[in-house]
Design a protein around this ligand. Structure first.
Ligand code: AMP
Ligand code: ZN
Ligand code: FE
Ligand code: FE
Length: 288
């Protein structure tokens, strides 16, 4: 039998992706994926629509999210998979995380103003169709209003660390983020760990510290991970008795070089990876 494939890291219009939840689920069904996790940044608002579309199309949809947390080496992203349908503690935490984002977005606009780039809040909101508004939306507004020629230029000149309008995001610690998701019964995975600009010793000791808080996996397979990165992550997971997860980090036209389920072309996350996660959950008495 041909192996089937899954994608456990994707974004919709609920955050900074360009496909609505229904459009994304339809694309996943069309390209024959066995299962899809929706993991929007700091919001769960696309999940009900996605699950419903999955039921109609016969595609397994896993409820997820991607939390941004802060560390001494900058932002770390934490994936929560198999979120419960109703999660009041997460909802209220996400409301305050998004409020922090909004304050940060205002500070970015003030900085842009000071360097002679007038952009209003309305210009930015016009680029968003969902709950979570972030730098990609500001970049799109800069592009639309002719201040930059490409998204890359928007980040390089203004929005990325070192850019003239950069503002850090001051959110939860990795420990707080992992506990928040684990306490809801989610499978918690560190997203694209090899993109964190940190020494490997720090990553190792952070994983060790997060295991007692409920960290259960490492995202080994990701569009921006090399084969060596995958091996390093799988080995790191093995050393701490963790599972591995994998996904493309698909954003639609917001990141046109990343394809659903295929990443930059070579990414293949087999259904076996998902099955191991399910077995692990079931052995601990948590539903899949
Ligand atoms: P935020 O959550 O508001 O800090 O924005 C993070 C998003 O911006 C992520 O989806 C990143 O992929 C995207 N991003 C960060 N740096 C760049 C860059 N240099 N070019 C394009 N997108 C970027
Ligand atoms: Zn994103
Ligand atoms: Fe991420
Ligand atoms: Fe992501």
């Amino acid at each position: 039998m041909q192996p089937r494939f899954v994608d456990m890291h994707t974004h919709t219009t609920a955050s900074d992706g360009s496909d609505t939840p229904t459009e994304l689920v339809r694309k996943a069904a069309d390209c024959g994926l066995a299962a899809l996790a929706i993991t929007d940044h700091d919001t769960v608002s696309g999940l009900d629509e996605a699950v419903e579309a999955g039921q109609q199309l016969g595609l397994e949809v896993i409820r997820g999210c991607e939390l941004s947390v802060s560390s001494r080496y900058g932002e770390v992203h934490i994936l929560g998979l198999w979120l419960p349908k109703d999660c009041t503690t997460l909802d209220s935490e996400l409301v305050s995380i998004r409020a922090m984002r909004d304050e940060r977005n205002s500070r970015i606009l003030e900085r842009l103003q000071r360097v002679g780039v007038p952009l209003t809040q309305a210009d930015v909101l016009a680029e968003s169709r969902g709950e979570t508004v972030g730098r990609p939306h500001i970049a799109r507004a800069l592009l639309r209003h002719g201040h930059v020629a490409t998204m890359q230029e928007a980040f390089f000149r203004f929005l990325a660390k070192g850019g003239s309008a950069y503002e850090p995001k001051d959110v939860l610690s990795p420990q707080e983020g992992v506990s928040l998701l684990a306490d809801l019964g989610a499978t918690v995975s560190i997203a694209h760990p090899m993109l964190i600009r940190c020494p490997r010793e720090w990553l190792d000791s952070t994983v060790a510290e997060l295991v007692p808080m409920g960290l259960s996996a490492i995202e080994a397979y990701h569009s921006q991970h090399s084969a060596g990165d995958e091996r390093y992550c799988a080995d790191l997971a093995g050393r701490y008795g963790l599972a591995v997860t994998g996904g493309s980090d698909y954003h639609g036209t917001a990141k046109p070089h990343i394809s659903l389920g295929r990443g930059r072309g070579g990414l293949r996350v087999t259904e076996a990876v998902l099955d191991r996660l399910k077995t692990r959950r079931l052995s601990r008495g948590v539903p899949v």
